[in-house]
Each structure stands twice: as C-alpha cells, then as structure tokens.
Design a binder for this molecule. Structure first.
Ligand code: FBP
Length: 550
C-alpha cells in the first residue's frame, strides 16, 4: 500500500490516554440511574439493563489477572474520523488484559454479524490503521439490528468464535440497537456483553455524561478549513454569494461549530427556526434582507451556512414530513407501484389538506426528494435534499421582486456547495485520535469488569488528556420513547442545539455584526504537529459548553 508522508509520520503518533487507564484499572460504581424520560416504559422494556450505576475508572496499584477474552467489533452507520483509533484502543486494551485475547471485526456493519462475515484483527492489521481516517479496516453499514432472528443469527457466530463481548461503534440509533441486543442476550443468559461507543460527526449523541461524539471535532475542522478558503475567495473576487449546506442530519451542531470557527455572513440554525415558528418565506426574507443590506454597502458577496436538516424543522414542513413518514411506512408497497410521473399527484391526493397544500407548493425536485426511501432507521435522507439550491433560488426570486419595487439595487450571483462526505473520513485531529483511542480502551475496561448495556465514556475533555475521566454510562439512561415508522419505540434521545446553551448564545450575540461586516476567520487545515494551541484545541462547541472560552 503506497502511503503519503503524513500517513507515515502519523502512524508513529502515540495517542494520549487518561491517567486512570494507563496502569492497573479499578471500576467504581455510582448511584443507580434512570432514563431521561418515559421511565416506566423504558424500565419495562429493559428489565435486565435498566437502572444500572454509572461507572468511573480509577488507577489502582492492585494488579488483577484476567483470562483471555475474545471480542467482536462493529462499525455502524456513517463514517466518522477516529473509528480506527477506537478499534486500536480496544485492541491494545484487551491485549493488556491478557495477551492471548483476540479481536474480530464484523464486515460492513451490523450486517456482518448477521451474515457471519468477519475477520480477525491481528496486530499487523491494526498497526496499518492507527491514527488514520475512515472505517475501511472492516467497513461500515446501516443494517438495523432489531429482530430476534438477527440476534440469534449473531449469537451463532459469537458462540462459534467464543466471543464474550461485542463492541458496537455507532450513533444514537446504532447504540439504541446495541442496548436492545444487550438486553436480549442478558435475558437469554447467553453471557455476551454488549458495549457501545459514541460515534457521529453530527455531534448529536451527547448528554450530561457523554460530552461529545467522536468525529465531530475533525469533521468540523475540515469543513471550517474549506469554508474559510471559500470566504477568502469570496472576499477576493467579491462577486458571489456562496450557499453552503453542511451535513449533520437533524441537529445543527456542525453548522453552528463551523460558524463559530469562520464567522460567515449568515448561518441558519434549524432548532431556532423551529422555536421561532419560521416559515420558508421567513427564512428567505431573512437571508434576502442581509444580501440587500450588504449590497447597499457595495458588498455583493457573502456566505450562507445551511444545516442539512433545516427543512425538517420548518414547522409546516415538519408536520408534512411526519404525515409522509407514517403514510409511506404503511403504504410502501402501493407507493412503489405508482409511476414516477404520477407520484406527486398521488401523494397530494392522500395527504390531509394542509399538508397537501404545503407539498404542492414545493419545487418538483424537493417534493420528490421527500418521498425517497427512508434510511433503515426511518429517517428522511436529508443529505439528498438540495436545500442550499432551494434557498438561493427563492432568495433570488425575492430579490428580483424587491428590485422591481426599487428596494434593492445589487447583483446576486450564487455558488452552491455541500460539505459532508469530504470530512467524514479525514485523518483524525489530535483530539479525535486521543479521544477515540481512550474510548476504545475504556470499552476494554468495561469488558474487564463484566458490564453490558453500557456506552464507553470519556469526560473532562477540555482538560489535557491525562486528566480525562473514563468510565461507562448505562445506555438505558439516555433513552426515551419516540415515534418511528409509525410506532412508539425506545430510542436514545438526540441532542439538538440548545438555544440557551453557550455555543448558540455566543453565535447569536455576534451574528448581526458578521452579517454586516466582512470579518471572516480562516482556520486553515488541521495541524497534527506543532504548537499545542494550533494542534490540540477541542471544538469551540465543547470549549463554550464547558466554559473554557467566553
Ligand atoms: P451517522 O448518524 O450514522 O453517524 O451518520 C451521519 C451522516 O453523515 C449524516 O450527517 C448524514 O445525514 C448521513 O450520515 C448520510 O448518510 P449516508 O452515509 O448513508 O449517505
């Protein structure tokens, strides 16, 4: 395999670990826990894994002997920088417990477990992937583990390979499935532990105990670099408005973090759009107002950041999507037989009048994108909806009307971008490299102390890695009941942008100035070697949430 100079240098990087995981480790249990909401339902659905205590790891002088353990690992869902380091941390952790321990990777996500598709991850393989981006060591997939048949098929191969613990590295939906699997194996008495790890660039798998999901840091830094480059281009040519859609599914954490890093002229935050009950026209008027205001100053250029999930948060659209989700879930077979050219009219005829009117008002392309297949977890595939183009077209139309009325005299030329896949497999930043390695190591410590239904956690992450606090959080603690595919299901509660939180407030306090003035910040590429203030800073979101920067 040909390697770049950076890959070769980076392979030698030794990720940092919290002090407590460096030597002998002891697990300290805290208070019993309860779910964030719907306690009675969650307790009933998870009788074996509900209410377990929080676990914190501490250093100890007492060495405990461990028998060898065979462990399986799965990468689930979208790629996120640092996945390979979770696996290498897990590998090093179980080898430290006992050098005879073995690690098996299931190929292409949870489907690999069900289809018995796996490979043993030996030291040679692991060494090839240390500190690299991507999930290609074993691949990832979005198969949803939810049926008893899948759990049993999985158990067959676990039994055959004598695997006693399975680590599922995934986002909120995959960790929900990890918890359901943990509960099932515990109920059956199969003696297989299931441990989750918080992964997703979206940053929406976080709570009081999970400070951030891995990959968010690197992905945002990668997008912020390119947004900075675009802003410099835009401030050089002074002729384009750039509409930049950013991945992140429902939550706007990525757009907000990128805004904090780059100071664009406009950044929409879906959660605010919903809270203010804004219509599509309100959003368009807001952006057009800023374009017109800058035009008066002679600045016919700018940048607009659009979170990928925006459309789902416009209240009228949200109601429409909820009805479409339920309708398509129960009429999938009939819908599949409707000719493409008739689908729009068919949907309009089936929806309630208000939703039918909203659907009918949408441009053809967006209307069609809303009826495309849901992902296996029932989510609209928002990455396929071209919101950046929808908005810029509508802003253009509004400005043309204002021009006709003599209210606007500028020029409005646009460029469109969608940043998502560009950042999901970037080489992990030092933060993600260390955080992921520590999460993998913490997972091995949870295995050592016999836990199941836990997510590995590493806290105090704005301090130097030495002072990070590693432990485990019962997954049931993060759960509530939500409507999925037309049914109420137990799921991990998604963390959306908190409009009372420091990251949003910091942004909101400055956005008017950023809109008016051209005060772009150019973060530049991620640096792996050099001064700590350049190489080791966690995301602004994390720093603001933890009160480390004002
Ligand atoms: P996860 O939630 O699985 O981490 O995926 C994150 C994500 O990158 C979203 O931001 C995006 O909407 C989605 O995956 C895209 O899905 P796909 O990889 O299937 O195109």
């Amino acid at each position: 395999m040909t390697k770049s100079a950076l890959q070769i240098a980076r392979a030698c990087y030794q990720p940092k670990l919290p002090k407590a995981l460096k030597g002998h480790v002891k697990a300290v249990g805290g208070e019993a826990t309860q779910s964030v909401a719907d306690q009675e339902d969650i307790k009933r659905l998870f009788p074996n894994t509900y209410g377990m205590p929080l676990i914190t790891f501490e250093a100890t002088d007492e060495a405990a002997g461990f028998p060898p353990v065979n462990v399986g690992v799965i990468l689930s869902g979208g790629q996120a920088p640092g996945g390979h380091n979770v696996i290498s941390g897990l590998f090093d952790g179980i080898k430290k417990l006992n050098p005879q321990s073995r690690l098996y990777g299931f190929i292409l996500g949870p489907g690999g477990l069900v289809d018995h598709n796996y490979k043993e991850l030996t030291a040679d393989i692991i060494d090839e992937y240390r500190n690299t981006g991507g999930f290609d060591i074993i691949g990832s997939g979005r198969t949803k583990l939810e049926t008893v048949d899948q759990f049993e098929k999985g158990y067959e191969i676990l039994k055959e390979l004598d695997i006693k613990a399975l680590v599922i590295i995934g986002g909120d939906d995959s960790n929900t499935n990890a918890c359901v699997l943990a509960e099932y194996y515990a109920a059956q008495g199969y003696g297989v532990q299931v441990i989750g790890c918080p992964k997703t660039i979206d940053g929406d798998l976080k709570n009081a105990m999970i400070e951030t999901s891995f990959g968010f840091d690197t992905a945002c830094k990668t997008y912020a670099e390119v947004i900075g480059n675009i802003q410099r281009d835009c401030n050089s040519a002074r002729k384009y408005w750039h509409f930049i859609k950013l991945m992140g599914r429902s939550a706007s954490h990525i757009a907000l973090e990128c805004a904090l890093q780059t100071q664009p002229n406009v950044c929409l935050v879906s959660e605010e759009v919903e809270a203010r009950n804004m219509s599509l026209d309100d959003i368009v008027t807001y952006i057009a107002g800023i374009v017109a205001m800058r035009a008066e100053r002679g600045d016919n250029f700018g940048t607009v950041l659009v979170p990928e999930g925006l459309i789902e948060f416009i209240p009228a659209m949200k109601r429409l999507i909820a009805e479409l989700n339920d309708f398509l879930a129960s009429n999938a077979a009939e819908f599949a037989h409707i000719k493409k050219s008739h689908q729009r009219d068919y949907i309009i005829s089936k929806l309630t009048p208000d939703n039918a009117a909203v659907y009918a008002s949408l441009p053809e392309g967006v209307a069609r994108q809303l009826t495309l297949d849901r992902d296996p977890h029932g989510n609209v595939q928002v990455s396929l909806i071209e919101t950046e183009k929808l908005l810029s077209e509508m802003v253009g139309t509004k400005l043309a009307a204002w021009k006709a009325e003599g209210r606007y005299k500028g020029k409005f030329a646009t460029q469109h971008h969608f940043f998502g896949y560009e950042g999901r497999c970037a080489a992990p930043s030092n933060f993600d490299a260390d955080y992921c390695y520590s999460l993998g190591f913490a997972a091995s410590a949870l295995i050592a102390c016999g836990k199941t239904g836990y997510m590995a956690s590493v806290r105090n992450t704005t301090a130097p890695a030495e002072a990070w606090v590693a432990g485990g959080v019962p997954i049931t603690m993060m759960m509530n009941m939500e409507r999925r595919h037309g049914e109420m299901k137990p799921v991990i509660q998604k963390a959306l942008v908190d409009l009372n939180g420091a990251p949003f407030k910091t942004f909101a306090a400055q956005r008017e100035r950023w809109a008016r003035e051209t005060d772009y910040v150019y973060p530049g590429p991620i640096q792996y070697f050099g001064p700590t203030e350049v190489c080791d800073q966690p995301s602004k979101t994390l720093q603001l949430e933890q009160g480390v920067v004002k």
